[in-house]
Ligand binder design. Structure first.
Ligand code: UD1
Length: 417
């Protein structure tokens, strides 16, 4: 298991390009299961979760050719409709194969998914939506088994605006000829990006990015080419790291419109933000002002930046509150931040931080992707040496992160072990 060794305390300075979005690339790659024609997806980040997705597609029967950031997906003979436990347990997004496979073949079996260790993460909304489309759902020895003689279009109100459920149902609906409406749909930019891809495959989709998505699908979809949007979470993490190290960076290609809430909070914390169609610039001079956040579905403050934000606020000139409203138990990083000197108290879904003047380096461990990102932010800001273990979590979500940080002047190395 690799480690990162950081000698912190150096301001991040310079320009880097923002990578393609992991969370947009995953469903788009999986949507290739909707057709037998070739699909080409560009600007795919090189990440562990992408490797897992490509292995899953290959297991199910696709041929995958990867050339730098482009992925070509071809059909071989038929497709399997059963996903393997060893891949699904590594990545929760594997459950997205259900929509395409159920709509195409009338049956699918997937183990209940794994992924980050961040509390209970059920898939009841996905399953209920497929039931509303006419599927029979049963749970057999830890697998979700679904079948439908013929899935039909439906009106599906989601109890909660789940990103995964919206994507899964959107993909299935794209193969159904009637009109499906997803009410209380998630509005994340990654969903809009998936809709663009499905539209180029032949589906008619309206309302992506709003609470109601209407889909009129087709029995047969064609192959399509697509370039994935920039990763707003990677961009947000680098901006927060820049704020924590009191640096000045420019992130080429980052989309300000996708990070409006985060940029507003960074400005409230005292950072100077310059946003344009070319990207986002940020500079920070002193300790941040304390700013409270509550995570919410898009366009609210993203849960995926809550952990890095906690690292930043632990250095603020006073107390701030962080409330996590999306996931249970997403505070595993709080204890690790405390090792670097953060003063935090956790109470249910809230954390109160009492900012300290500086962190000092320590041995810490990443417990999930974003907790790992928080430790990177903290380690970069800390005086002395920080050693982060279990960086495979960080590798799931951040492409070549140590190389990008080195380009911004950070002293960080990966130690293979
Ligand atoms: C996606 C993102 C993840 C992000 C999250 C919230 C991908 C690959 N991952 O995850 O990075 O943190 O959105 O923005 O895109 N829930 C249920 N039942 C369900 C589905 C979800 O109760 O059937 C709950 C979950 O337990 C969680 C909340 O809804 O508490 C949000 O989950 P969801 O929006 O589905 O997140 P993911 O799609 O898993």
């Amino acid at each position: 298991m690799d480690k990162f060794i950081i000698r912190g305390g150096k301001p991040l300075r310079g320009t880097i390009a923002t990578g393609g979005s992991k969370n947009a690339a995953l469903p788009i790659l999986i949507a290739s299961l909707l057709t037998d024609e070739p699909c080409v997806v560009r600007r795919v980040p090189r990440l562990r979760d992408i490797v897992t997705t490509l292995r899953l597609l290959e297991f199910l029967g696709k041929r995958v050719v990867q050339d730098n950031a482009s992925v070509r997906i071809y059909s071989r003979k038929g497709l399997k409709t059963q996903a393997p436990y060893d891949l699904v347990k590594q990545m929760r997004a594997s459950v997205l194969v259900v929509g395409p496979l159920l709509a195409r073949f009338g049956g699918v079996r997937v183990p209940l998914p794994g992924g980050c260790a961040i509390g209970l993460r059920p898939i009841d909304l996905h399953l209920k939506g497929f039931e509303q489309m006419g599927a029979k759902v049963s749970l057999e020895r830890g697998d979700a088994v679904m079948s439908a003689r013929r899935l039909h279009a439906a009106r599906i109100p989601l109890r909660f605006a789940s990103v995964g459920a919206t994507e899964n149902l959107l993909m299935a609906a794209s193969l159904l000829e009637g009109g499906t409406t997803i009410e209380n749909a998630a509005r994340e930019p990654e969903i809009a990006d998936l809709a663009v891809f499905l539209r180029s495959m032949g589906a008619q989709i309206e309302g992506e990015g709003t609470r109601r998505i209407c889909v009129r699908g087709r029995r047969v979809l064609r192959g399509a080419e697509h370039e994935v949007i920039a990763d707003r979470i990677e961009a947000g993490t680098f901006l927060i790291a820049c704020a924590a190290t009191r640096g000045s960076v420019f992130l080429k290609g980052a989309r300000p419109g996708h990070l409006r809430n985060v940029l507003k909070k960074l400005q409230e914390a005292g950072c100077k933000v310059q946003a344009s169609s070319a990207g986002i610039g940020l500079s920070a001079a002193g300790r941040p002002d304390p700013v409270d956040i509550t995570t919410q579905p898009y366009p609210g403050f993203p849960t995926d930046l809550q952990a890095p934000w906690m690292a930043l606020m632990s250095l603020a000139k006073g107390q701030s509150m962080i409330r996590e409203r999306i996931f249970e138990k997403r505070f595993l990083h709080a204890g690790e931040l405390a090792r670097l000197g953060a003063r935090l108290s956790v109470d249910g879904d809230m954390v109160c931080t009492d900012g300290v003047g500086k962190f000092s380096g320590a041995l810490v461990m990443a417990s999930d992707i974003r907790a790992g990102a928080a430790l990177l932010v903290a380690g970069l800001a800390a005086g002395g040496k920080t050693e982060i273990s279990r960086v495979y979590h960080i590798d799931r979500g951040y492409e070549a992160v140590e190389k990008k940080l080195r380009r911004l002047g950070a002293d960080i190395i990966r130690v293979k072990s």
